[in-house]
Design a protein around this ligand. Structure first.
Ligand SMILES: NC(=O)c1ccc[n+]([C@@H]2O[C@H](COP(=O)([O-])OP(=O)(O)OC[C@H]3O[C@@H](n4cnc5c(N)ncnc54)[C@H](OP(=O)(O)O)[C@@H]3O)[C@@H](O)[C@H]2O)c1
Length: 338
């Protein structure tokens, strides 16, 4: 707890999409925030952090997941540690060495810094739906909940596209859990689905381009939506503001424990196309992307019942609401023309 009774939170990877939104929300709620970036001098990635300093105390530290002990200073004196930074080079050549191993090692590296700090009351680990949904077979109507784990053996044996990402998330969650049990740490894991909405960060490579791909016509980004629907039978979504509220909820609720899927809408590409077609006639949905097999209704769903049962209330509950501010954000980022 910092001077004046304010709670202090560390958020790793402050130039990232989700972390930037979480930092803003924590500052707005009166937290003192410490964040890390790999290169504090790179203003093309960090200018939003300078602006956020106007809200409440925010300190920026240099830290790299690959460097043992580099998070020590950022975590010193913190009440909460939000582990958001993670390797996101999902298309790298050597998935084992460039993605899986660094993700697991980096998570444990930050957790060791939490132990050294001696003040961290809870670690909130941001994992992904990817740790949960990559299964070999699933029947129609399948409900994915916190008891589901992606099938690492199947993924390693068959190496479907970007197989390293779900494997990294399963392994880092399990290793983090073991570490927390060994050191008596309180660890809560959030598994977000495709996250959509405006955030302070100004360079975004992950879900925002994917969510806008039907308007931008970016085929590679559309591949994320298509791949999700084809492999899981659903496109699950959450607004970034709801995700950040959920992260804070599980940090502050004393009884929160284990994993939490964070998902407010289970939809399909066809439904997203209909909503965007009505909402954004100026761009028009790129119908060439819609060729081939598309689902009319989701064949599966990701259940956020645990989070809701424990008292969390989503604010953005429809595709239309989730897409409320992301089109403007996409324009500001240069993903969509003005
Ligand atoms: N966006 C989604 O829809 C979604 C859904 C489910 C889960 N998630 C999870 O949420 C987290 C954040 O995702 P995001 O969408 O916000 O991605 P993002 O914008 O790419 O943020 C990733 C952050 O991790 C940092 N990072 C990567 N490698 C690092 C390293 N070796 N050392 C220190 N920092 C490193 C990046 O810093 P640099 O800029 O220096 O690379 C960046 O700040 C990830 O764990 C992701 O798996 C995201």
């Amino acid at each position: 707890m910092s001077a004046g009774g304010k709670k202090t939170a560390c958020v790793t990877g402050g130039n990232g999409y989700i972390a930037s939104a979480l930092i803003k929300m924590l500052l707005e709620k009166g937290y003192t925030v410490k964040t890390t970036v790999r290169n504090p001098d790179d203003m093309s990635k960090n200018s939003h952090l300078k602006e956020l300093k106007a809200l409440s105390p925010l300190e920026v530290f240099r830290a790299d997941l690959d460097e043992e002990g580099s998070f020590d200073e950022a975590l010193a004196g913190c009440d909460y540690a939000f582990l958001v930074a993670a390797p996101m080079n999902l298309r790298c050549e050597n998935q084992e060495q460039e993605l899986i191993q660094p993700a697991v090692r980096g998570t444990l590296n930050v957790m060791r810094s939490c132990v050294k700090a001696g003040t961290v009351k809870r670690v909130i680990l941001t994992s992904s739906m990817a740790s949960t949904v990559s299964l070999q077979l699933q029947a129609d109507g399948h409900v994915f909940d916190e008891d589901c784990w992606s099938d690492v053996e199947f993924l390693v044996a068959n190496k479907p596209p970007m197989w390293g990402y779900p494997v990294s998330k399963v392994l880092l969650e399990k290793e983090a859990c073991k570490f927390a049990a060994e050191y008596g740490m309180s660890l809560v894991t959030v598994c977000p689905v495709l996250t959509v909405g405006a955030a302070p960060a100004r360079k975004i490579h992950t879900s925002v381009p994917a969510s806008l791909s039907l308007l931008s016509g970016d085929e590679a980004a559309f591949g994320v939506l298509k791949g999700t629907e084809m492999s899981t039978g659903v496109v699950p979504m959450v607004h970034v503001a709801d995700l950040c509220r959920a992260e804070m909820f599980v940090a502050e609720e004393a009884a929160a424990a284990g994993r939490y899927i964070c998902c407010s809408v289970n939809t399909t590409i066809a439904e997203i196309a209909r909503v965007l077609g009505d909402k954004c006639p100026q761009y028009g949905v790129k119908t060439n992307l819609l060729s081939g097999e598309l689902l009319e209704k989701p064949r599966a769903c990701l259940s956020s019942s645990k989070l809701v049962r424990e008292g969390f209330v989503y604010k953005y509950k429809t595709v239309d609401e989730i897409y409320g501010d992301v089109v403007e954000y996409g324009k500001a980022l240069g993903i969509l023309p003005n």
